[in-house]
Ligand binder design. Structure first.
Ligand code: NAD
Length: 364
């Protein structure tokens, strides 16, 4: 079966790591037609907009995209192309596995967590009121009356909202992911002891949804306690599901536990579209130098293959990456014990090593 995937190379080091990943994915033998489109900075130069219609149409049509990092400072009035992409396709689930690979220096032992973060609601919905604006005065007056409380005049206000629908679909996503991937437990993370209504609603819905999945264990944790426990005993946890803000913070904590953002993949998934990417940014200072590590985008490629139903190819690619990293020979500078190690290889050569492990001769 031929799959068509939209490839958004991104900018900075994005095109190099995406080219390396594309070769590695092709070497699994899965038949993919890559529909290449620019979004963000490179699109402005070519199309006069960071969001060309042809690129959006391609993502909508193909339903699956692999994306390189995009630099955010566009100076075009777009706050973030990444956020805009999430909103455009209602990519409500941010999936971030954090797994220890032998050969990657990490502060704790074996970790194998999956963080599922709600991607649309909560304090990140962008509902904010700046000091000195008439809107703030209006909002403050309404809140002071309704909540029978005083808000200082020199305070800015950000609104946190959490809906039943948003909570239900993200918790279902976490349980469905757990079931499809042989995971044993889902932990809902919240602060319902303090935010009784917003986080209370998230927790209530999580408990309701858990009833629909009797084969999977369910528990909940308060977010501050969760952070401490993840550092002390990460092996107790499996799949975590969180509202947007806690998910953002805890997923970086989880990435730190396994060696940092350079080795961590992510996916933004909606009802119709899924976009796979590395968690790190465009590392512009290394652009064009064949230097940075493509491992995180390659692992995003592993998630993508599994999402497309190519489980076995995804498993093989993950094993090949893990073997190369465990051997520690053909790896980029960041995976060597010393950053200036002269035996470090480049982005392309790392991909060559992965492809050799997949059993395919590397073409020059
Ligand atoms: P960054 O992740 O691009 O780079 C920080 C440092 O981490 C780099 O200088 C480099 O030393 C190291 N690094 C990052 N990726 C690496 C890799 N693959 N291999 C080896 N080393 C690596 O973070 P930044 O400098 O804060 O961000 C640069 C731009 O990327 C910003 O415009 C930011 O907004 C954007 N960004 C985009 C995304 C995305 O597209 N999803 C995510 C984060 C940041």
């Amino acid at each position: 079966m031929t799959h068509t995937v939209t490839l958004i190379p991104g900018d900075g080091t994005g095109p190099e790591i995406c080219a390396a990943t594309r070769r590695a994915i092709d070497a699994t033998g899965v038949d993919i037609r890559w529909d290449v489109h620019d979004i963000g900075v490179p699109a402005i130069a070519k199309h006069g907009t960071p969001f060309p219609q042809s690129a959006l149409d391609s993502v909508r049509r193909n339903k699956v995209a692999l994306k390189g990092p995009l630099t955010t400072e566009l100076g075009t009035g777009f706050r973030s192309v990444n956020v805009a992409l999430r909103k455009e396709f209602d990519l409500y689930a941010n999936l971030r596995p954090a797994k220890t690979y032998k050969g990657v220096r990490a502060p704790v032992g074996d970790v194998d967590l999956v963080v599922v973060r709600e991607n649309i609601e909560d304090l990140y919905a962008g509902i904010e009121f700046d000091i000195g604006t008439p809107e703030l005065a209006e909002v403050r007056a309404v809140i002071e009356k309704a909540a029978r409380t005083k808000i200082r005049e020199d305070a800015a206000i950000a609104i946190k909202y959490i809906s039943e629908m948003g909570s239900r679909r993200i918790v279902r996503f976490a349980f469905d992911y757990a079931r499809a991937n042989g995971r044993r437990k889902v932990t809902a993370v919240h602060k319902a002891n303090i935010m009784k209504f917003a986080d209370g609603l998230f927790l209530r819905i999580a408990r309701e949804v858990a009833q629909e999945y009797p084969g999977i264990e369910f528990e909940d944790r308060i977010v501050d306690n969760m952070c401490m426990q993840l550092v002390q005993k990460p092996d107790l946890y499996d799949v975590l599901v969180l509202p947007n803000l806690y998910g953002d913070i805890v997923s970086d904590l989880a990435a730190g536990l396994v060696g940092g953002l350079g080795v961590a993949p992510g996916a933004n998934i909606g009802e119709n579209v899924a976009v796979f990417e590395a968690i790190h940014g465009s590392a512009p200072k290394y652009a064009g130098q064949n230097k940075v590590n493509p491992m995180a985008v390659m692992l995003a490629g592993v998630l993508m293959l599994r999402h497309m139903g190519e489980q076995e190819a995804g498993d093989r690619l993950e094993r090949a990456i893990a073997d190369v990293v465990a051997e520690g020979k053909d790896v980029t500078y960041d995976l060597k014990p010393l950053r200036d190690d002269p035996t470090a290889v480049g982005t392309r050569e790392f991909a060559d090593a992965v492809i050799r492990r997949l059993g395919i001769p590397v073409r020059a």
